[in-house]
Design a protein around this ligand. Structure first.
Ligand SMILES: Nc1ncnc2c1ncn2[C@@H]1O[C@H](COP(=O)(O)OP(=O)(O)OP(=O)(O)O)[C@@H](O)[C@H]1O
Length: 584
């Protein structure tokens, strides 16, 4: 597949948002209802103010006690409004937290469900920035923006409807003056999506360049590529800067324009209301109430403006987070009902990393269940590439690699690890408890099974852990290399695959760690099919059969005895090695 991750379209983002809101619809309805009550309570204060003015102007009866009653009413409703608004926000924030968690979990599940051959080719920086920066922005927006936008929208609608009810002429005047705000928002929203998508993707580009430079730091140093990598980083920073400046420019136009536009309704109503009052067509109290309502409108509209800006950035991030769902079906792996047997077959497998040059040229190989096969060959012969195909981390572009007739690379991760596991020197210990580090291999395992797996690989250190399986690794306890390797071998015991592929599992370890790891490995290998890339000919000697590779071809296949007798490439290698003074 392409190395670019898809971005969801506006319709998909809308659908995802509606689904997320719908999943917690009681809270959404709660926010709207409670806030509606708060907004209604907020309308009473200005209306009572208008009544106070009109009562004073009329001057009949007990003006003072009437004004006192009206003022007390205004105070009471202000308190009610404050309490209701606080309650609405509380429901809203809780809803936001739950929805944010749902979005993050969905992203994580989609990422974990990707088959290794897809995940392995994804741009790491882009994936990381979607899972961190983008997911956080979406979470923050859902937590804060959705409740506040709902609250502000309901409040603004109530105020507009109230002015219209109070006096239709003043209400219409206010609405016409509000058109300026609408025009500002329309202008901004039309331009914002591509600009914010560019901000997010150029940010991811920087992460990609930095991550790949850090990952290949030794190669960069060896080949003297520092200048080229620095230039690549500078180019991506320049692109990110232009994208951010474009976003900033949109903001510098939107905010001053909307500030001016927000003042217009008050000015308009004061002018028209003043003229109507001068001709006795409206009372002073109504003009004051309408002005206060429209003045109050600035609060929610300001909030909406601020969030519209944030929503554009969050919308772009939502599109990136949801984009993972758009990876074509063909790239994903449906569950395979059953795999018929444990036999591994490689038929005419051709593979190319770049699409230009094949590094494997028509490999044919059958590995019988329970067999120990060693793969030998000079550096660059294609041993590791073949191991990746056998482990389902990639698929050949011509030919096939199957287990029990099913293409290995078509198995979803949880099914794949029940059949075949590739063991290299790369083991990962998560900053998590020992239990959770092990359960990723078999989520249903009991504590007894976890203990048994650790014991099987000789990881006696688990007895000394301060909190047993609940000990946090990386915080309370750090594991040395041999123990970390044992932990990952215990995962293999739990996954219990019938086939193991070993690629440099101990080649670069220091002798003490290597010896310890080899002992642990021996326990794991028992009773399984083993395909080992052999760096020492002694390993090949002990195997049932040996496959010899040269320049991407499988040139010999047979038992040690046959190959030595034939005296082909392996026989000659064996003789040379035997002639060396320190060979056994
Ligand atoms: N990620 C990659 N991108 C492009 N080419 C690659 C990549 N990995 C390996 N190759 C090339 O594929 C060919 C086979 O490499 P491979 O690592 O499979 O050989 P190997 O026999 O395992 O070698 P070694 O024993 O040195 O690990 C080599 O020419 C190598 O340069």
């Amino acid at each position: 597949m392409s190395t670019q991750l898809p971005v969801a379209g506006p319709a998909e983002v809308r659908a995802a948002l509606i689904r997320d809101l719908g999943a917690d619809r009681r809270s959404v309805v709660g926010v709207v209802l409670v806030n509606g009550l708060a907004a209604a309570a907020g309308l009473v204060g200005p209306w009572l103010l208008g009544r106070i003015i009109d009562t004073i102007r009329a001057g009949s009866g007990d003006v003072l006690s009437a004004v006192d009653r009206l003022a007390f009413g205004a105070l009471l409703f202000t308190v009610v409004q404050t309490v209701l608004a606080w309650w609405a926000l509380k429901i809203g924030y809780r809803f936001g937290e739950r929805t944010a968690a749902r979005v993050r979990e969905r992203f994580l599940q989609r990422t974990l469900a990707l088959p290794p051959r897809v995940a392995d080719h994804l741009p790491t920086g882009d994936l990381i920035s979607r899972g961190s920066t983008d997911a956080s922005l979406v979470a923050l927006t859902l937590r804060s923006a959705v409740p506040e936008v709902l609250v502000a929208t309901v409040h603004a609608l109530f105020l507009i409807v109230a002015v219209l009810f109070l006096d239709l002429r003043l209400g219409l005047c206010g609405l016409v003056c509000l058109l300026g705000v609408g025009a500002a928002v329309r202008w901004y929203v039309r331009r914002a999506r591509p600009v914010y998508l560019a901000v997010a993707s150029t940010g991811a580009e920087i992460a990609d360049v930095v991550a790949s430079t850090a990952k290949g730091a030794r190669t960069v140093e060896l080949l003297g590529l520092e200048r080229r990598r620095t230039e690549a980083a500078e180019a991506s920073i320049t692109q990110a800067r232009s994208a951010r400046l474009a976003a900033l420019w949109l903001r510098t136009v939107l905010f001053p324009w909307s500030e001016i536009a927000l003042a217009l309704p008050v000015v308009g109503v004061l002018l028209i209301g003043g003229a109507l009052y001068a001709h006795d067509l409206v009372s002073l109290g109504v003009v004051v109430t309408a002005t206060v309502y429209l003045r109050q409108l600035v609060g929610p509209l300001d909030t909406l403006m601020l969030w519209i800006e944030q929503l554009q950035g969050a919308g772009a991030s939502y599109a990136r987070v949801e984009g993972l769902a758009d990876i074509p079906e063909a790239e994903l792996t449906p569950r395979v009902e059953s795999v018929a047997g444990d036999r591994i077959r490689v038929d005419n497998a051709h593979y190319s990393y770049t699409g230009a040059r094949d590094v494997l040229h028509g490999i044919d190989l059958v590995v019988q269940p329970g067999e120990r096969l060693a793969i030998v060959g000079t550096s660059g012969a294609g041993k590791s590439t073949l191991a990746r195909l056998l482990a389902g981390l990639d698929r050949p572009h011509i030919g096939s690699v199957t287990i029990g007739g099913t293409p290995v690379a078509d198995l979803p991760p949880d099914q794949l690890r029940e059949h075949v596991v590739l063991i290299t020197q790369d083991h990962h210990v998560f900053h998590d408890t020992v239990r959770d580090n092990l359960l990723i291999a078999k989520p249903t395992a009991t504590d007894d099974e976890l203990h048994a797996a650790l014991t099987a690989v000789g990881a006696t250190w688990w007895n000394d852990l301060p909190h047993g399986l609940d000990t946090e690794l990386g915080e309370e306890t750090t594991l040395d290399d041999a123990s970390a390797q044992q932990l990952s071998l215990a995962r293999v015991v739990l996954a219990d695959p019938h086939t193991l592929i070993l690629d440099e599992a101990t080649a670069l370890l220091d002798p003490k760690t290597a010896r310890q790891t080899e002992r642990s490995l021996a326990a794991v290998l028992r009773g399984r099919t083993v395909i080992a890339i052999a760096h020492r000919l002694q390993t090949a000697h002990d195997a049932d059969r040996i496959a010899v590779m040269e320049a991407g071809h499988l040139v010999e296949l047979g038992t040690h005895q046959t190959l030595v007798t034939t005296n082909g490439p392996y026989g000659q290698l064996w003789q040379t090695w035997h002639a060396e003074p320190n060979s056994p």
